[in-house]
Design a protein around this ligand. Structure first.
Ligand code: HEM
Length: 477
């Protein structure tokens, strides 16, 4: 039986032992908020703007599936969501309410550690969260349940027994969780729990930094950041609280890193027998937080470049429009009494941005430029080309173009400057700033262990990618 050495799963076992749960914060606390710039006097005015842009039938609603595909394999959407659930969880701020002050934002708890430590898989470790672990084989994570051995473990009510409940919010992210549970179990062979966990964490961090971020970020910004890291002049902003703990910037969690919402499709293939299912499919009762029926067990070959001659679906373009499925979120996610607007993820993102006091896209672009990022502070985001834009009242249009809500700005930047294939420079800078800080702040991460390299038995094509993990776990465990 392999031995779990640490005394407290919350510290040693997860790696980055100096990091614990922290709070939210702002990258640029001195900037005026979007609401200040826009002249918002009351919450209802912010709601009105959020509804025009993000409500059902609004500018961000892809009602007719007009958003083209990107070249990014669709599985990365759920990998991106999986990462989100590893690093950020705001369960305290209210969607409807007045704008919070900077001090209130700084006191808002982030219920995930701002660290790529996979707490969504390991929880706080076998001592603190033993229900995640197989009691008969120390160090292995539980996999499967009575209805489907290819699903995450579940209790009698069907609720997933996993490190972060949101990794059961749709069947694809749930199956992504399963992929990493299995990856850990397979890496347990010949290793102690701590060794396996470290090995899994490093492979995961490698994919985040060298595969995922390279795919989704502007190459000029990505290369700039790699050079700045080599020059030891990175990160550019202070992302720590008074106690030296990393905090989670709201510019990232409420705007830039929500870019994955634009990549979501309304329909996906599950496997060969079910090539077209809705993201939330009433026919199978898979409306979120539910058992994955065995017949819908996801075959990643249809969403990822696992095999050379297998066609797979791609993510939707990174642009300003969100799939219909996200504009009409089902009850298990938003509750049965949610209003039409509150069911729309675009609306929620915009209203949450107001409540948390985010600055406008233009202000954040300028602040990043001042930090040294090579980007244009006044790009042409071609607002007039947006379907429905010219139908907005002229005065409102002019104000929105001058003071654009950050989330909308960043997604439009992706659609225009990144041509839907990747994020624009401002969103890329925010992502790299925060991911870079998370990896550099941690004494025990791939950026601090330059000698560590992915196992060639996992990374069969030399460059480790997400497809390697899918291939590797497919073999057994
Ligand atoms: C696949 C379908 C997805 C659904 C249904 C979904 C749904 C949600 C919902 C309901 C929220 C809370 C919104 C609020 O009230 O403010 C949220 C937050 C968030 N989502 Fe998603 N999401 C999805 C995919 C993604 C992806 C792919 C990413 C990343 C690239 C992502 C990143 C985030 C982030 C960063 C938050 C804020 C988390 C926090 O700090 O609490 N989501 N999402």
């Amino acid at each position: 039986m392999s031995k779990v050495k640490s005394m407290h799963g919350m510290t040693k076992v997860r790696g980055c032992s100096h990091l614990s749960l922290g709070n939210f914060c702002k990258l640029f606390p001195k900037l005026p908020t979007w609401a200040d710039d826009f002249g918002i006097k009351a919450e209802c005015e912010a709601e009105e703007v959020a509804a025009v842009l993000g409500g059902p039938g609004g500018i961000m609603h892809d009602a007719n599936s007009d958003s083209p595909d990107s070249g990014i394999p669709a599985a990365y959407t759920f990998f991106a969501q999986f990462i989100d659930h590893d690093i950020t969880l705001d369960a305290a701020s209210k969607l409807h309410g007045p704008e919070l002050t900077n001090q209130q934002v700084d006191h808002l708890p982030n219920l995930r550690s701002a660290s790529l430590d996979m707490d969504c898989v390991y929880g706080f470790g076998p001592e603190a969260n033993p229900f995640l672990y197989d009691q008969s084989q120390a160090g292995r994570l539980l996999v499967g349940n009575k209805d489907n051995k290819n699903d995450v473990p579940r209790n009698k009510e069907g609720r997933a027994l996993i490190g972060d409940p949101r990794n059961d919010e749709n069947i694809f992210v749930s199956q992504m969780q399963l992929m990493f549970l299995r990856f850990h179990n397979r890496r347990m062979v010949g290793r102690s729990f701590e060794e396996a966990q470290e090995d899994v964490r490093y492979h995961y961090q490698w994919i985040v930094w060298y595969d995922f971020l390279k795919r989704v970020c502007d190459p000029k910004i990505y290369d700039y950041v790699q050079t700045e890291i080599k020059n030891h002049s990175y990160p550019k902003c202070t992302i720590t609280d008074k106690c030296g703990r990393l905090c989670m910037p709201v510019e990232f969690s409420v705007a830039a890193y929500r870019f994955g919402h634009t990549m979501v499709r309304s329909v996906y293939p599950a496997n060969c027998d079910y090539p077209v299912i809705d993201l939330f499919d009433e026919r199978f009762g898979t409306l979120g937080f539910s058992t994955v029926p065995p017949k819908l067990t996801v075959d990643w070959r249809f969403l990822l470049d696992v095999e050379p001659c297998q066609d797979y679906v791609k993510s939707k373009a990174i642009d300003h429009i969100l799939a219909d499925e996200l504009i009409r979120l089902p009850n298990p996610i938003v509750g049965q009494f949610a209003s039409e607007n509150d069911r729309s993820l675009a609306f929620r993102n915009l209203l949450r941005s107001y409540v948390l006091g985010l600055a406008s896209g233009q202000s954040v672009a300028k602040a990043l430029k001042d930090k040294g990022y090579p980007l244009d502070v006044n790009p042409d985001l071609k607002f007039d080309d947006i379907p429905g834009w010219l139908c907005l009242e002229k005065k409102q249009r002019e104000k929105l173009e001058k003071h654009t809500p950050l989330f909308f700005y960043l997604m439009r930047e992706g659609g225009v400057l990144g041509e839907g294939e990747r994020l624009g420079p401002v969103a890329s800078a925010i992502l790299l700033e925060v991911f870079g800080a998370m990896l550099l702040h941690c004494k025990d991460s791939i950026l601090k262990k330059p000698k560590w390299k992915p196992d060639p038995c996992v990374a069969v094509n030399k460059e480790l990618t997400l497809a390697d993990i899918a291939r590797y776990v497919n073999k057994d465990c």
